[in-house]
Ligand binder design. Sequence first.
Ligand code: ZN
Length: 651
Amino acid sequence: MDVFAEKFADLKILRYDVPGFENLDLRKKLYIYYLSQAALCGRDILWDQNNRYNLSIRSVLETIWKTYKGNRESEEFKLFVIYLKRVWFSNGIHHHYSTGKLPGGFPETYFDELVLLSDWSDFTIPSGKSFEMFISEIRNVIFNPEIEIKRVNLEPDKDLIESSSNNYYQDVSQDEAEIFYAHLKTSAGKEPTSFGLNSTLLKENGKLTEKVWKLDGKYGKAIEQIIFWLTKAKDFAENELQKKTIHHLVEYYKTGDLALFDQYSIDWVKEQEGEVDFVNGFIEMYGDPLGIKGSWESIVNFKDREATKRATILSENAQWFEDHSPVASEFKKAEVKGVSAKVINVAILAGDCYPATPIGINLPNSEWIRERYGSKSVTIENITQAYFLDSVNSGMLEEFAGSTEEIERAKTYGYLAGNLHTDLHECLGHGSGKVREGVNTDNLKNYYSTIEETRADLFALFFIMDVQMIKLGLVPCFDAAKAGYDSYLRNGLITQLTRIESGQNIEESHMRNRQLISRWVYEAGKAKNVVEFVRSDEKTFVRINDYQELRNLFGQLLKEIQRIKSEGDFEAAKSLVEKFGVKVDSTLHNEVLTRFKKLDLAPYAGFLNPVYELKTWPCGTPIDVLIRYDEDYTSQMLRYSRDFGFLPLVN
Ligand code: ZN
């Protein structure tokens, strides 16, 4: 399957594979199918949440796309199409990442021409407006830079609600909203529901009131469909707890009662046995500057058996790794428990997870539920795989890898090495080692997270080249480890600099830790020329001359980092991080930025979903669910608007 689908503006569209879907039994396939239908039904909700004009604008733009009779080959029409594709990608008129309003990108007068030469006979204008009024309002929202400027404003010198153009609050100031919800919170007990999560806050006759998102409330037409498909899905659930989870979710959608949402979340966390899992609801609060309102999203997924096996092998051998780690024996755990990590493949992405998507999930968000019942943390294998496949073809490797041998190794073993690194880091690295009695790791203050990430990375780097990895059947040979070392140093010394602006230092703790490790081993191995910078064609590359010696250096540094954590040695932490992790070599940095710019890569990616088709025979009895990957971006977006567009233009 070709991962790359298309590129426009600052975006690229990729496809993900759903490995193992065909081999699931029919019951699971149907369970996934019905949950996927439920997932797609909430699309309009997110659009309306993002901005009150979004559904109108989408409808106008799509009508033009479908019916415009003018020259569809002109440069201006192409610019119009790019704008439409960007709006689709962002689920509205604001950039999905920066949240600033997308520029129209074509002349305002051209918009009038598009409207004039399109067919509006099937178009339903929101009541109380003439066509001319409606169109001129839409034109103003698209082209006037003074209105609907930013979806989420976080600059504290302005009223965060009035300066944000999302649709969560209507005629309400920040003070009013804060007082409204603070009051609800103080009068709640120790297990407060997520107040305000599922409603629009507005003023009615001068009084604050919530319009709740539920079956007989706001967004009811879409919620009705979600309930319909969830109810169908319930019959195919794998166990009683899954059924109960869906039951609570449906009741919550019917009533809007947030206590039922908590019930759903608790059951959802407890349910660990089934193979299929899903998220569906008003979940993340990033779209609201006050962090109260939940944007609608859904993901349906199932366990990746192979990848979970890999994580399980590591987890079961956790003690062996602890015993053989290079740290001082006084800082080793006598008894270690591996963290069991679940690796999943997504079957559908929807709402706020589509087309831009996270690569991991950690839910629920309710603090007290997390403390009492824990949380589910998963890695999405097929999305990381798609990113990897795209990255090996992006030109980055050819530009920044030092030799054809290195490129080949990366293409063959890079994915395996990357996954093993993550598994070792997450399942074992963070959990390894112990702190000396009486020591508080808070001592390390602002250096703590960099030191902790350094420790987990070094654990992974040290063991990925251990012969035990071959014995456990996790790697076929040391080339996987070599690919891991190549990519780690290439990133830590060179390519991660592409994410830093010229003249800036490194702030983010994962980036600091990667440079710390890479710079430290470079310096420590200088005498033996373990790692060197080489120049060719006025470009700088990293070359590893001695992989075995490099592994020893990783081990030495791990020993020291563990000591720093175990003893809470603030001075040592500070000096290592400041010396190796923070400062950027400005000459190298500028060279890297120039080389990166030439590659002209889209900084943001999103994903197309596969198409699921229910096969029935005879008399509507389902006999299989087919999966296809051939739908293109425009077709998918138009199909979703046609088949899952349940809400009126104004809500
Ligand atoms: Zn970590």
